[in-house]
Design a protein around this ligand. Structure first.
Ligand code: PHE
Length: 339
């Protein structure tokens, strides 16, 4: 005689074996094994069985529950595998893929990389400072008095709390000297900000490479040699470099540098690309005050500093006519510089 549980198993296994999809299997699972399912109901029924039948039916119940559970798992796995296989069968691996758009370096970044590589060969280390500065690092420490025009509200972006967007990277001269004693030989590339009238050659944000070299017996000849070498490396040996006397509060003497090269599209025109000079003793004194020592004794140390206009250099190098193109993110422009 077969026990009703055994019949239940037959029916369940037969049904599961031909279940066409996962929903049907799930329905069977609920019907047999769910909380109110027919197999589960036998657990309840056990309680009212005579004592001697309990172990036999209990064992059978476990077997049936195990067999049905396993059958459900196996049928489910089989259906999923079949589904996957048919999905793959529809896949045409001969179809061309979606090409990745590969980007390229921005012309300003390319310019920067070239310039940095030249200075690194000459032993300059990289330094940096924040875009948002205090007035002391941007002006006072650089011997620039409160009534200097560069500090005027119409020329500089002030924040409500008195901080400002640095108007030049010369702030990093100060930060570098605050943090380390001489000798110093660093370049500091970065953004600078001025409230300029924006046109083809002026932007409210532009980029500079600051340079600072402090050591014993550094002279104008070192400054001139270093920057002439730099421009020849950058623009080619035929490049002419002109030093014009100029004024900056934080250097003495001060110069502006113009370059001209037949190899460049700008041809016979002199183009101003750099401000520079010998670090003013007042700057060393102010740094000493901040450091609370005499590390930068102006009797012992001398130095030169320079600030190169990166946008201007990139415009010359790549023959770009409008500085605003750098920030407009127009792919038609940028793609022309993709290496
Ligand atoms: N900071 C100056 C400017 O932005 C350039 C400069 C740097 C001049 C270092 C002298 C020394 O115009």
């Amino acid at each position: 005689m077969t026990h009703p549980l055994e019949e239940l198993r037959e029916v369940a296994l037969a049904e599961i074996a031909v279940a066409p999809d996962e929903e049907t299997i799930e329905a069977a699972r609920v019907r047999y094994l769910g909380r109110t399912g027919s197999i589960s109901a036998w657990g309840e029924r056990m309680k009212s069985l005579p004592k001697e039948e309990k172990p036999i039916v209990g064992k059978l119940l476990n077997e049936v529950r195990g067999a049905v559970t396993l059958a459900i798992e196996e049928r489910g796995a089989k259906l999923r595998a079949a589904q996957e296989a048919s999905a793959l069968a529809d896949l045409d691996i001969s179809l061309p893929g979606t090409p990745n758009e590969i980007g390229a370096l921005h012309p300003l970044t390319q310019m920067l990389d070239r310039a940095i590589a030249i200075f690194r060969r000459m032993g300059f280390a990289l330094a940096e400072g924040p875009d948002v500065e205090d007035e002391w690092h941007c002006f006072d420490a650089l011997n620039t008095p409160p009534d200097h025009p560069a500090r005027a509200e119409q020329d500089t972006f002030y924040l409500p709390d008195g901080h400002l967007l640095r108007t030049h990277t010369s702030t990093v001269q100060i930060r570098t000297m605050e943090s380390a004693p001489p000798p110093i030989r660093v370049i500091a590339p970065g953004a600078a900000f001025r409230r300029d009238e924006v046109d083809a050659t002026h932007s409210a944000q532009f980029h500079q490479i600051e340079g600072l070299y402090v050591d014993e017996r550094v002279s104008v000849a070192d400054l001139k040699g270093t920057l002439e070498f730099f421009f020849h490396e950058l623009f080619g040996p035929g490049t002419e470099v002109r030093f014009r006397p100029h004024y900056f509060p934080f250097t003495e003497p001060s110069f502006e540098i113009d370059v001209k090269s037949k190899a460049l599209k700008s041809g016979e025109k002199w183009i101003e690309v750099c401000g520079c000079g010998m670090v003013h003793p007042a700057v060393f004194e102010e740094v000493n005050r901040a450091r609370r020592d005499a590390a930068y004794d102006p009797e012992k140390w001398t130095g030169y500093a320079f600030g190169l206009g990166m946008d201007r250099l990139a415009m010359i190098l790549f023959d770009i006519s409008d500085i605003r193109l750098f920030a407009q993110n127009d792919l038609r422009f940028l793609k022309q510089f993709a290496a």
